[in-house]
Design a protein around this ligand. Structure first.
Ligand SMILES: Nc1ncnc2c1ncn2[C@@H]1O[C@H](COP(=O)(O)OP(=O)(O)O)[C@@H](O)[C@H]1O
Ligand SMILES: [Mg+2]
Length: 261
């Protein structure tokens, strides 16, 4: 299938991220089953899937917070599977975790400073975050727990940006937020992408993912059920892939495209 229209997926060049045959267990439970994917520079690559599909496990494994039982994670062609999370952050893999995980009793600015701990040099500074999200400067001394959910999510994004990621991992930005707020938060993506980074995001809200993504990848019980561009997949295909309805075994796109060993 030709995916040359897939926003940065030109079929040439090195993927910024390659996941090869990744299997991750939580105890006896296999959360990811020989999963493979490739993310190309400049893409907004969306992992979609129902609760429990393995989306967070995937992002956390890419960030170095879970260790795979088998398979590997390559960042810009280099195997980072054995690296600790801080080392990966230094190389440019930075995550906004599910549920935001701010330090509630610390101020907004202190939270942003935490993000700078393993920072690379690059365009993002705390000052730049304030310029981009202008309300934040006025509230920089407030405790994070005093902010609304949407504001906290924005601070969590700011905290990730000050580390100057090359690959930004976003785990369910929409969780617990009103639709209007979710739209506003995703509306910030263009400004973020402008600074030259690549986004791998996880989203349960399929229509939201389809709106912002250049490439989508459906997960069901740790396996790929569908892959392609938003324009190249039908709503019916996505629904079937998401809920695991009969017939989804016929994967559309590039199943296991990372498994060229
Ligand atoms: N730390 C953990 N310990 C045990 N089971 C876990 C843990 N984290 C996730 N799981 C299980 O692994 C599966 C995938 O979870 P997760 O990656 O969080 O899915 P998603 O983010 O798609 O909702 C689920 O069945 C979940 O219950
Ligand atoms: Mg999750």
């Amino acid at each position: 299938m030709n995916e040359s229209t897939g926003g940065g997926r030109a079929g040439n060049g090195t993927p910024i991220l390659e996941v090869r045959d990744l299997s991750v267990y939580h105890g006896q439970l296999r959360a990811l089953d020989a999963l493979s994917l490739r993310v190309y520079p400049g893409e907004v690559y969306a992992i979609i899937g129902a609760n429990g599909a393995g989306k967070s496990t995937l992002l956390r494994t890419i960030a170095g917070l879970h260790h795979p039982q088998s398979g590997s994670v390559l960042f810009e062609g280099t195997d980072v599977t054995g690296l600790r999370p801080e080392r990966r952050a230094r190389q440019g893999i930075v995550m906004v975790p599910e549920g935001r995980r701010l330090f509630g009793s610390l101020s907004v600015e202190e939270n942003l400073k935490v993000g700078a701990t393993y920072a690379r040099s690059g365009p993002w500074t705390i000052e730049r975050v304030y310029e981009t999200f202008d309300w934040m400067r006025d509230r920089r001394n407030q405790r994070a727990q005093q902010l609304s959910g949407g504001e906290q999510q924005t601070v969590a994004i700011g905290r990730a940006l000050v580390a100057n990621p090359r690959l930004l991992l976003l785990d369910e930005l929409s969780l617990g937020l009103a639709p209007l707020i979710v739209q506003r938060i995703y509306g910030m993506l263009p400004q973020i992408l402008e600074t030259g980074l690549t986004v791998l995001l996880v989203e349960q809200d399929v229509s939201q993912a389809l709106r912002v993504a250049t490439h989508i990848h459906c997960l069901l019980e740790g396996r790929t059920t569908l892959e392609g561009t938003p324009a190249g997949v039908s709503a019916e295909q996505v629904e079937a892939a998401y809920f695991g309805l009969a017939g989804t075994a016929a994967v559309n796109g590039h199943p296991g495209e990372g498994s060229v060993s």
